[in-house]
Design a binder for this molecule. Structure first.
Ligand code: PAN
Ligand code: ZN
Length: 195
């Protein structure tokens, strides 16, 4: 970890930063119970524990005032009709936002507040997306062929609360209908019970 200001390269092609500290990989088996079509999930998993997405993190102290940053790459694919997506989370410190910059691919960010308000924004190359403080966020790759690649930066003290989303998912699911992405209600969704 540097203790002086630094730069690094972020190539649009491929999107892997020239310097990184952690490479996180998330496979199908880590998304147990998150996809609506449980039968398709089981069939896929029996064949292969497919790599769904990867994150390259640049390490910084997890402290207020720092910015944690990196790149996520979500591979194309579906479980049943539902596109490959990240787990999604609230920040543990709810009052922390996040900036995303789409390098390549096509997708959407599904967001919601603890009160159940929802919002979905599209990702296109060159587009900046700002996730406001308090909004849970999950990114979804809606391309049939290409990776969705984006840069992100968020406060060092944010932390991640995955369990609220793991319990009931997001209010909206992103599925393919007639060859195009569509947003449907998640039948498992319940208003999050946050303490
Ligand atoms: C991103 C996400 C990253 C992977 O860095 O952590 O895209 O998504 P999950 O953490 O939901 O698996 C971010 O939002 N950080 O706060
Ligand atoms: Zn986040």
């Amino acid at each position: 970890m540097y203790d002086v200001p630094f730069t690094y390269q972020l190539p649009v092609e491929g999107g892997i930063p020239s310097t990184w500290d952690n490479h996180i990989t998330r496979r199908l088996s880590s998304m147990q119970g998150q996809y609506l079509d449980q039968a398709s999930f089981e069939v896929m998993l029996r064949k292969e524990d497919t790599l769904l997405y990867e994150v390259y993190e640049i390490k910084r102290p997890e402290a207020a005032g720092e910015l944690l940053q990196g790149v996520s790459i979500i591979h194309p694919g579906k479980v049943g009709d539902e596109y490959f997506m990240t787990k999604g989370h609230f920040h543990k410190v709810l009052a922390t936002g996040e900036v995303y910059y789409c390098l390549s691919g096509e997708g959407v960010m599904v967001m919601e507040t603890p009160e159940g308000e929802w919002n979905i924004q599209e990702f296109h190359p060159g587009q900046v997306l700002y996730v406001l403080p308090r909004w849970a966020h999950r990114s979804v790759n809606t391309s049939p062929t290409d990776d969705l690649v984006f840069f992100f930066a968020y406060p060092g003290n944010a932390g991640h609360d995955y369990s609220t989303i793991e319990q009931h998912g997001f209010r909206k699911l992103v599925v393919e209908r007639d060859g195009k992405p569509a947003y449907i209600d998640n039948p498992r969704w319940r208003e999050p019970q946050r303490s």
